[in-house]
Ligand binder design. Structure first.
Ligand SMILES: Cc1cc2nc3c(=O)[nH]c(=O)nc-3n(C[C@H](O)[C@H](O)[C@H](O)COP(=O)(O)OP(=O)(O)OC[C@H]3O[C@@H](n4cnc5c(N)ncnc54)[C@H](O)[C@@H]3O)c2cc1C
Length: 469
């Protein structure tokens, strides 16, 4: 997938460190290798993949956080084609449920939607109209100026807002919904509409057999064959301009290495802390970005609990954002050892105490909630239960968010801050992350690098000279 900006004379070969071995880091590494560069990835964790990384649940290896691919995820599908996995995607038609008023309801098509019991017919029509209208909006920047509450009350009316939108917003965003802009709802609606449009009006979700563990293994293998160096268990602590030009990078174990360029893909507040030389304005902008975090349980079960991939929850006593039954998509026999996989996520703002709740407390909360929600649910059905958490998942789309974003090309020569916080036209997902990485590398990072080359600011030695301090 090279674009016109990827052609370059071979003598402009310099060393790049990509900080963060998630999807964004891997995509940037791939595109830099494509441009003939020497690329190393430093990942803090012992394994690659960040939010897409996997773990063991019983004998099953699957993603720590649930992931599906949509038919419309063209950038991700291109990448999977490149590494030979796209043709293996298993596409499955999905159903959506709602837990409302103590009842589990199917909401998988328009007919079911029009019968949605908690709402009057007028409220249902206004709710449906709002979703349809949101899907038609092209100019998201207008929405970014309005609070999501104001916008939804205006279009759906107070009744539908109080009964449906408010519980959903609180479940997903906690109290941070009050600062969130209407672009948040637009991004979610647009993704779901795209999924249906490209799938003959059906909601088709897909996964690669073996899950993201397999995708990551193959991608790292392909990129390593092309010259990528991977350093896991290598947290970057500090990036500093070097006297000889380029940047000195200090790792958690005190080791220092020299690179001509560094692209950091880690969360914005962490980027602020990793480079003291950034200006105060840059540090403030990076630190001020609020994130949503998540606590997410993975549960391996003997029996399924529902036919729905997602069960949205509007009953406010339920302390979960949703119930995600992954095994309605992922084949139980071939992928999950004949068992069933359910995720129980709770999204919380990055400074919320709930992100530090102990595994045992979260497990007890989840199991007692499921016992109340599903008559047939029993703890004896649970084969394994594990809790994953992440503080920095998605930057919160606050009012006027895009006007406060820090620049990708920083004031420190050769240091680039390119992470998923720059996703403006969609919600956080792998496809958007890859697309953002590709576009911003091509249109901001690479032109700045070439400008520095032309100005003689990057050494023209053929390969990195790593110096241990
Ligand atoms: C619960 C949940 C459900 C999701 N569902 C879907 C889905 O269904 N479909 C979909 O497409 N997407 C989904 N996503 C989103 C998807 O996971 C993200 O879009 C993607 O993983 C973001 O990748 P990233 O590289 O930007 O960030 P990350 O994966 O967070 O990568 C950042 C990396 O930087 C590393 N790091 C941090 N600090 C340092 C340091 N100092 N030095 C070195 N390394 C460091 C971290 O360890 C991490 O590996 C989901 C995410 C979550 C949490």
């Amino acid at each position: 997938m090279p674009d016109s900006t990827s052609t370059h004379p071979h003598n402009e070969r310099s060393s790049w460190l990509v900080v963060g071995g998630g999807v964004m880091g891997l995509k940037i590494a791939r595109d830099l290798i494509e441009r003939g560069q020497d690329v190393t990835i430093a990942e803090a964790a012992p394994v690659m993949g960040g939010l897409t990384s996997a773990w063991n649940l019983g004998d099953v290896v699957w993603d720590r956080f649930y992931h599906v691919t949509l038919l419309s995820d063209s950038k991700l599908r291109d990448l999977l084609t490149e590494i030979g996995l796209e043709s293996e995607i298993d596409w499955v038609e999905t159903k959506t449920g709602f837990y409302a008023g103590g009842q589990l309801l199917s909401m998988s098509n328009t007919a079911e939607f029009l019968k949605f019991p908690p709402l009057s017919m007028i409220q249902r029509l206004r709710l449906g109209g709002t979703i349809f209208y949101a899907s038609k909006i092209k100019n998201w920047r207008r929405l970014e100026k309005l609070s999501v509450e104001k916008w939804l009350r205006r279009w759906s009316g107070n009744g539908a807002f109080e009964k449906v939108w408010l519980p959903l917003l609180k479940a997903k965003l906690g109290d941070a919904y009050t600062q969130t802009s209407a672009a948040f709802i637009w991004a979610h609606t647009a993704r779901m509409y795209k999924a249906r449009r490209s799938g003959a009006k059906k909601e088709m979700f897909g996964y690669v057999p073996g899950g993201y563990a397999r995708i990551l293994d193959r991608l790292v293998e392909v990129l390593s064959d092309r010259g990528l160096t991977v350093k896991t268990s290598s947290p970057v602590q500090q990036v500093q301009s070097a006297d000889q030009g380029g940047l000195n990078v200090t790792f958690g174990d005190g080791r220092t290495e020299h690179y001509d360029n560094v692209v950091s893909t880690i969360a914005s507040p962490l980027i602020a802390r990793s480079c003291d030389e950034l200006s105060d304005d840059e540090k403030h902008k990076l630190s001020d970005i609020r994130y949503l975090g998540v606590v997410c349980a993975s549960m391996l079960l003997k029996e399924p609990i529902s036919p729905y991939y997602v069960t949205n929850i509007t009953d406010t006593w339920v302390p979960l954002t949703a119930v995600i039954e992954m095994s309605t998509i992922v084949d139980s026999e071939t992928q999950l050892g004949g068992n069933h996989l359910v995720y129980l996520p709770k999204y919380l703002p990055d400074d919320h105490d709930g992100l530090n709740e102990s595994d045992a407390d979260y497990q007890e909360k989840c199991l007692s909630t499921l016992e109340k929600m599903y008559d047939h649910f029993s703890r004896d059905n649970v084969l394994d239960f594990k809790v994953a958490r992440a503080k920095y998942v998605a930057a919160l789309a606050t009012v006027d968010y895009s006007t406060r974003l820090p620049r990708i090309v920083t004031s420190v020569p050769g240091f680039y801050a390119l992470n998923s916080a720059h996703i403006l036209e969609g919600n956080l997902n792998v496809n958007e992350t890859i697309q953002l990485g590709e576009t911003k590398l091509a249109h901001e990072v690479w032109p700045d690098y070439q400008r520095r080359i032309a100005a003689g600011q990057v050494s023209d030695k053929p390969s990195p000279d790593l110096a241990n301090a």
